[in-house]
Design a protein around this ligand. Structure first.
Ligand code: AG3
Length: 282
């Protein structure tokens, strides 16, 4: 396999390639084509249906931002749901907070099983934590019928292709909204904006009528390529996004969490959008 390259198939006119130094696992899971390989620079890489989901080298830029921004903005989230996120990276970050329950609803059991086996540096011991519960189900069906309330809901999904399409649609956002507690927050993966403009536009337009506050915020994940990724933000009250820097700093210090991307300054700055993104919000 030496000399082989993984060529991502996400975009029509732009492609990133990662050298494969070793294939660790390849499987058609029944839901998707799963590949775990080793790259000399990024370490182990998880790809689903030809698209990079996470790597040991840069997972922190995604998982810390999709988790710590809503968690510290909320300030006292005790019950958290993750939709998708089978690699356990988001779950691990959630469990660094003082939560009482973290439910992860993942469609594909193989992603969890293989991430536990091959990506322990990403999920840590998250799956063994007594506060964590993993439910193998369709996230849309779960949010429609679960009857539970959450302070933070994190949608750590694949791109809107196949089974994930429904996770980007209004009925799902409405069900999430109904499951949130009083100042609850929904965050969603909404694509690399420069390449996936429509995704950011749709996310914002669909959340806006449902939530007291909706917005997009930024992270930059090297192996997602082509610039900033935006994360969708919907919250049942206007408070969390407006939390002053000093208060975020106080919460961050109190939580004593070690990070490599997230910090209170980066948190506040993430809501400051470049004009080409701002323009998509109308
Ligand atoms: N989920 C988001 C992957 C997006 C990759 N696509 C892209 N470059 N637009 C990642 C799952 C990690 N837990």
């Amino acid at each position: 396999m030496s000399g082989a390259w993984f060529a991502e198939t996400l975009y029509r006119d732009y492609q990133q390639r990662l050298k494969i130094s070793k294939v660790l696992h390849r499987e058609k899971t029944g839901h998707q084509d799963l590949l775990i390989f080793e790259n000399p620079y990024f370490g182990r890489v998880l790809a689903l249906d030809g698209i990079v989901q996470t790597t040991e080298g840069d997972e922190f830029a995604y998982h810390e931002m999709i988790v710590h921004v809503p968690m510290f903005a909320h300030g006292k989230a005790r019950r958290v749901a993750i939709v998708g996120g089978g690699d356990g990276g988001a779950l691990e970050e959630v469990l660094k907070h003082d939560v009482e329950r973290a439910v992860m609803v993942e469609l594909d059991p193989a992603v969890v099983e293989l991430s536990r086996r091959y990506l322990p540096t990403i999920c840590g011991d998250a799956f063994d934590d007594p506060r964590a519960e993993v439910i193998f189900a369709d996230g849309t069906a779960f949010m429609k019928s679960c009857g539970e309330t959450f302070d933070v809901i994190i949608v750590d999904s694949t791109d809107p292709l196949g089974a994930s399409v429904a996770l980007f649609e209004r009925p799902f956002y409405a069900d999430c909204h109904a499951r949130l507690s009083e100042s609850g927050i929904l965050v969603t993966q909404s694509g690399v904006t420069f390449m996936q403009e429509q995704e950011a536009r749709d996310t914002y337009a669909r959340m806006k009528p449902l939530f007291a506050d909706s917005w997009l915020y930024l992270t930059q994940v090297p192996t997602y390529g082509a610039g900033f990724m935006t994360l969708g933000w919907g919250s049942r009250s206007a408070g969390p996004r407006a939390t002053p820097l000093e208060e975020i700093e106080r919460r961050f210090r109190a939580a004593d969490i070690e990070t490599r991307y997230y910090n209170p300054q980066a948190h506040v700055a993430a809501f400051g959008l470049p004009e080409y993104i701002r323009a998509l919000m109308g």
